[in-house]
Design a binder for this molecule. Structure first.
Ligand code: HEC
Length: 188
């Protein structure tokens, strides 16, 4: 019965079906790009940690993360970035709409949701063009605590982070916390 009503509603409005289909395709594409971004980042991080521990790996996050994001943006046509309510790099500070979504993620997590499942998408108009926007929460894993944890962060890592990021807020996280989110946008 419910399905019937839904189908009737879709047919009645006419245009909502292609919009819905397009939105779904964009979500799938955004998730694919995030997987690629996360895999490349993780690879660089693991390689650098193996070679020279967390102090050495800071440079992997510092210089490689923005580079990987730029490469993926150039090849996919999507804008790809990361943000957080407690950013390390000031360049990653959230825009007002991103802050709102991050706060919604926190509220959902507090209500029992698994951070791995948290995402958001919408379509807005910017400068007369339609923009599809997608955010996906990034959970904090154990390995992240080397540089985003509390007391477990080694003194030499603390020193290096302080000199690179004097306004660093990305400390004191625990495993399972929401570290931040991927932000993807596509103009169409
Ligand atoms: C070796 C140290 C190190 C480790 C380990 C590390 N990070 Fe980071 N992280 C950084 C640095 C440095 C930056 C700032 C990057 C930049 O300048 O864009 C950063 C930035 C980020 C950002 C972007 C938002 C912000 O705070 O600027 C996210 C999200 C993030 N890290 C998540 C993670 C997650 C999730 C893990 C574990 C899988 C992790 N990091 C492990 C050092 C680290």
């Amino acid at each position: 019965m419910k399905t019937k009503i839904l189908i009737t509603a879709i047919l009645a409005t006419g245009i909502s079906l292609p919009v819905m289909a397009d939105g779904h395709g964009n979500v799938m594409e955004a998730r694919k790009i995030i997987k690629q971004f996360a895999t490349e980042l993780k690879g660089e991080l693991q390689k650098a940690m193996k070679e020279g521990g967390p102090v050495n790996a800071i440079s992997a996050c510092n210089s490689k993360a923005p580079g990987i994001a730029a490469n993926i943006s150039a090849s996919s046509g999507w804008s790809v970035a990361r943000t957080s309510l407690k950013p390390r790099a000031t360049a990653n500070a959230p825009l007002p709409w991103e802050r709102k979504v991050l706060e919604e993620f926190e509220a959902k997590k507090a209500a029992g949701a698994d951070p791995k499942t948290l995402d958001y998408s919408d379509v807005v108009e910017e400068d007369g063009k339609k923009v599809f926007r997608y955010m996906k929460a990034i959970p904090t894993a154990k390995v992240c605590l080397n540089c985003h944890g509390g007391d477990e962060v080694k003194p030499e890592v603390v020193m290096r982070l302080k000199s690179l990021y004097p306004a660093d807020q990305a400390r004191g996280f625990k495993e399972g916390d929401i570290r931040g989110a991927f932000v993807l946008k596509k103009t169409f």
